[in-house]
Structure formats: C-alpha cells, structure tokens
Design a protein around this ligand. Structure first.
Ligand code: SAM
Ligand code: SF4
Length: 339
C-alpha cells in the first residue's frame, strides 16, 4: 500500500523534528532563532508519542524515518527514541545532527537501531566553521570544530553508514571549499558522502541575509558533472549524486525555485510539538495531532488527521499549468510503478 497526494507524489518518508530550532547549542548564521524565546514549558512529543505516530504511518508503508531538530542530540531521551523506533519494521532510521555527544553516543545509537547519520560540517577551516556555527572554544581549549571532526570519526567507527556531511554553501563564505571538502571526505575511504546544500530563505525577514549569502549550486553541479566518473539521480528530490575519481560521492540539494525538488518530495514532516507539516517551505498549513493524541484519540482519528495533512500537500515550486486531482489515493505499490 502506498499513499499518493493530489499532485501524484507518493509519500514514503518521515522527518521528525524532536527539538525546536532554538533548542540548540550552536547559533548557525542561517538558522533563524532570533526573537524566539524559550519558555521552558513548550509542548514536546515524548518518546512514546513519537513511537505511536510512527507506528500509525507504518500502516501506509512510510518506513524511512529521519530525526532532526533543532539539535536532536540535546534531548536527554534521544537513545530511548532511537531504541523505540529501532524496534519497528523500518527500512531506514537516520538522524541529522551537529555532532554533539556523538563521540560518546555513536556506538550506543547504532546498537539501538540508528542506521546512518548526517553531520553538519560547513567548513574544513576551524575558524570559519566556528564563525558559521556561532561557537567558541570550550574550557579545554578545543573548538567545536575539533569535536565535530572527532564526532565524524566516531560515527564512521561505530558503523553508521554512510555518514553524510551536510554543507550549507554560501557566497563568499565557503563557496571556495569544494576541493578541500572532497579531500577531507576521501580520508574515510567511501564511508563519507559530501552533501552540498543550497541556502534556503526562511521567512521574509531573512531576505537581506539570503541575498547576501545565497549561492546557486547549479554552477557547482556543472563542475561536478565534468569531474564525475558516474552520476546517479535519486528519486528523492531528483537529487544528483556524483562519484568522483578519488571514490568520494557528492550529493547536491538544490531546493530553490526548483520544480524537480518539490515534484519529487516524498516526505511528510512532523514538528517537535506534534503537528504534521505538509511542506518544507511553509508553516501556515500545519495539522496538529498531539492535542488529540493526548486527549485519547483513537488510531482511526489520528489517521484521519494524517490523511488531512497529505491532502494539504502542494509542491511549493511547480509548473503553473499543473492541476491537482480531487483527492489523495491509496494504491498498491505495483500499480503505482506501472503508472
Ligand atoms: N542541528 C542539526 C544540524 O544542524 O545538523 C539538525 C537540524 S538542522 C535544521 C538540519 C540541516 O539543515 C543542517 O544540515 C543545517 O545545516 C541545515 N540548515 C539549517 N538552516 C538552513 C538554511 N537556511 N538553508 C539550508 N540549510 C539549512
Ligand atoms: Fe540550527 Fe542545526 Fe545550526 Fe543548531 S546546529 S543552529 S539547529 S542549523
């Protein structure tokens, strides 16, 4: 069984934010937390609630789960969350993190069922990394950069595979680091993939920042195309992966004004406070389920909320002539492939 939204897009993946963006020990320049004050009493899904909603989505064959945030590793119960999800019949369980606590936790997370991890490494220059992430030296004189490099090694050694390095590429900041990043990734002999991400504009207040730092990755893709010995296009977002002669894979994530990205988005997202988020780029069509779950809603009622969220899914960037169908559909995998 597979669920397909009104624009013909199957939904196969789930991205769960287990912490709000302001629950983070970093202050990345592109991650907008300004003006958001932590109340300390905000609503957060607990591990049992996360497991419950994942189980419901499993009925719809949504079997690829990614944990993210804010910083997921700042949750004291992150191991319990992974353990609970690790016991389910998932095809993939991964996490995106800034590397915090990975040095000591990578093995435990792997044992608990985490398959792979994305670690953000926006520069291979310690100074630049600290500037981008808004971090300083810790008491022992080491920088967050030093810890993140050790975290990458710990993740590889724990068998989390692949380890993807997320790099948000910015104009006049790190756009010139491609070769050095590729060289760094090559040390790990095929276990580390480089993932270059285009800066996303987050809200209107962000316009000036975006205009100053946005760097179109199309030009980088052209360079990679010339260098690559093999090119693979993933079904997710039609992202392209380039295998370079030194054995390093580079993946490019290019969401801005990209029809292909949106038309091939197969993920539904869940916010830390228990709402379905039908679109990565929008916050105005969230569907709350946690309030109902806590009030004792049945599985059927929660499923209805999920289906409501799927119905609200629209590609943010799409061809102007594209017309949606009247309703979502639930079909057999085999008949979807035949389409
Ligand atoms: N705190 C974790 C981290 O930074 O890896 C996980 C959460 S973070 C929101 C997930 C990914 O989104 C990270 O790789 C981060 O660099 C990236 N990201 C954050 N803000 C972004 C923006 N404005 N444009 C593009 N990527 C962004
Ligand atoms: Fe945002 Fe992640 Fe950076 Fe924290 S580490 S500020 S959540 S991008």
């Amino acid at each position: 069984m597979i669920i397909v939204d009104c624009y013909g897009r199957p939904v196969r993946g789930l991205r769960i934010s287990v912490n709000p963006s302001y629950r983070c020990n970093f202050r990345c320049i592109f991650c907008h937390m300004e003006g958001v004050v932590e109340s300390g009493s905000e609503v957060m899904m607990n591990p049992e609630e996360i497991e419950k909603i994942v189980k419901i989505l499993l009925k719809y064959n949504i079997r690829k789960v990614k944990l993210t945030g804010g910083e997921p590793m700042l949750r004291r119960d992150i191991l319990e969350i992974v353990e609970r999800l690790g016991r389910l019949d998932l095809e993939d369980l991964s996490m995106t993190t800034n590397g915090t606590r990975l040095i000591s936790m990578a093995k435990k997370l792997k044992m608990a069922g985490l398959r792979r991890v994305n670690i953000s490494l926006h520069s291979v220059s310690s100074e630049k990394y600290c500037w981008i992430t808004g971090t300083t030296k810790s008491g022992d004189g080491r920088t967050r950069y030093d810890y993140t490099i050790d975290a990458i090694r710990a993740a590889v050694d724990a068998g989390l595979n692949p380890v993807k390095l997320n790099v948000v590429v910015m104009k006049n900041v790190n756009q010139d680091e491609l070769e050095r990043l590729i060289e760094f990734a090559s040390i790990f002999e095929g276990k580390v993939i480089l993932q270059l991400i285009e800066l996303i504009e987050e809200g209107a207040s962000d316009k000036e920042f975006f205009n100053r730092y946005y760097y179109d990755l199309r030009e980088v893709e052209e360079r990679l195309e010339c260098m690559a010995v093999k090119i693979v296009t993933r079904s997710l977002h039609m992202r392209r992966q380039y295998l370079l002669p030194n054995g390093v894979w580079v993946e490019v994530v290019r969401p801005n004004s990209n029809y292909q990205f949106c038309m091939h988005d197969d993920r539904i997202r869940i916010t830390h406070d228990g709402k379905f988020k039908p679109c990565l780029m929008r916050d105005d069509n969230l569907v709350d389920f946690l309030t109902y779950l806590r009030a004792g809603a049945s599985e059927e009622e929660l499923e209805k909320l999920f289906l409501k969220a799927i119905k609200l899914r629209e590609p943010y960037y799409r061809p102007p002539t594209l017309k949606p169908s009247e309703d979502i559909s639930i079909i057999q995998e085999a008949s979807y492939k035949k389409r």
